[in-house]
Ligand binder design. Structure first.
Ligand code: CAA
Length: 281
């Protein structure tokens, strides 16, 4: 999601520093943005001048200390509290006290992360949705420690990106995942129970409810490993069955069937169009 967030920030006119762990990943992320803009030029939707302007606002680095130049740092690392804590402690030491920190977490506690820094009042959640350039929503999340003025600034920043902010307090899953995750897990349970096939379940929700993607396609899109991690965090927080990851999800993650990013999940993406993967239940 990092490249999508960097893209929308640069398109909105902000100067962006992208920090990645190594040069290969940096090149890959910036390359993705370049490709999307190049496609836009081919289609006549983006002028070559606009493409050059957007790219000129993006600078890449592997050095965390470079983030000291930023007014706002948005963290988009893996969904692990330990990893996020380490990153925030490092940037806390590098950045001046006025810098606002935001996490793109979808399920971890903003309060817990904020409390590990020296600036809990200048810490918010900015939760983007995939694919970031196309999805209009950003959840803006406050902890009990967030300064109300910082919450307003973060909301205004989301608006500056052309997104619609939804404001939430720090409850695991915020608004969207609280409702979306049980729905996705229930779709897997329906498949496990033989209510319908992969295609039946997806077509049911796509055509019956007007969703752009059926739930199993959406799971492949979000990533089964990501959804599994989110479900575990939510189950741990609420201890409610609706958030418990079903056995099939666990087995698929163990088998490396993580969805589109690994080429297989509920569907096999090695051919076009993708076909439902057989042998799951
Ligand atoms: N930058 C710029 N343009 C882009 C782009 C990008 N990164 N990605 C796609 N586009 C362009 C495409 O090139 C295409 O351009 P043209 O119209 O010129 O061809 C245009 O945007 C539309 O692309 P698609 O044809 O691929 O779009 P679509 O109409 O098929 O819709 C979709 C795709 C938006 C993904 C739609 O299927 C959808 O809304 N799906 C549901 C997504 C969803 O629910 N996301 C949330 C997941 S949950 C989450 O993210 C949070 C969490 O915590 C788990």
């Amino acid at each position: 999601m990092g490249s999508g967030i960097a893209q929308v920030c640069a398109e909105a006119g902000h100067q962006v520093i992208v920090r990645e762990v190594d040069d290969d990943l940096l090149e890959k992320g910036l390359g993705k943005i370049e490709t999307f803009l190049a496609k836009g030029v081919e289609k006549g939707k983006v002028t070559p001048q606009r493409k050059a302007e957007v790219l000129s606002r993006l600078r890449g680095t592997t050095d965390l200390a470079r983030l000291c130049e930023c007014d706002l740092v948005i963290e988009v690392v893996t969904e692990s509290l330990e990893v996020k804590r380490q990153v925030f402690q490092a940037i806390d030491a590098a950045c001046p006290p006025a810098t606002i920190f935001a996490s793109n977490t979808s399920s971890l506690s903003i309060t817990e992360m904020a409390a590990t820094t020296r600036r809990p009042s200048r810490f918010v959640g900015l939760h983007f949705f995939n694919p970031v350039p196309l999805m209009k929503l950003v959840e803006v999340v406050r902890s009990p420690l967030t300064d109300p003025a910082v919450f307003e600034e973060a909301t205004a920043f989301a608006r500056s990106l052309g997104k619609t902010p939804v404001r939430a307090s720090d409850r695991t899953g915020f608004v969207v995942n609280r409702l979306l995750v049980p729905y996705l897990l229930d779709a897997i349970r329906a498949l496990e129970e033989g209510v319908g096939s992969t295609v039946d379940i997806d077509e049911g929700m796509r055509l019956g409810c007007g969703h752009p993607m059926g739930p199993l396609t959406l799971l492949d899109f979000v990533g089964l490993d990501t959804t599994y991690a989110i479900a575990n965090i939510m189950f741990d927080e609420f201890r409610e069955k609706r958030f418990a990851p079903p056995p099939l999800l666990k087995r698929m993650v163990q088998a490396g069937l993580h969805g589109r990013k690994t080429g297989r999940g509920f569907y096999d993406y090695s051919q076009e169009p993708a076909r439902p993967l057989s042998g799951l239940v």
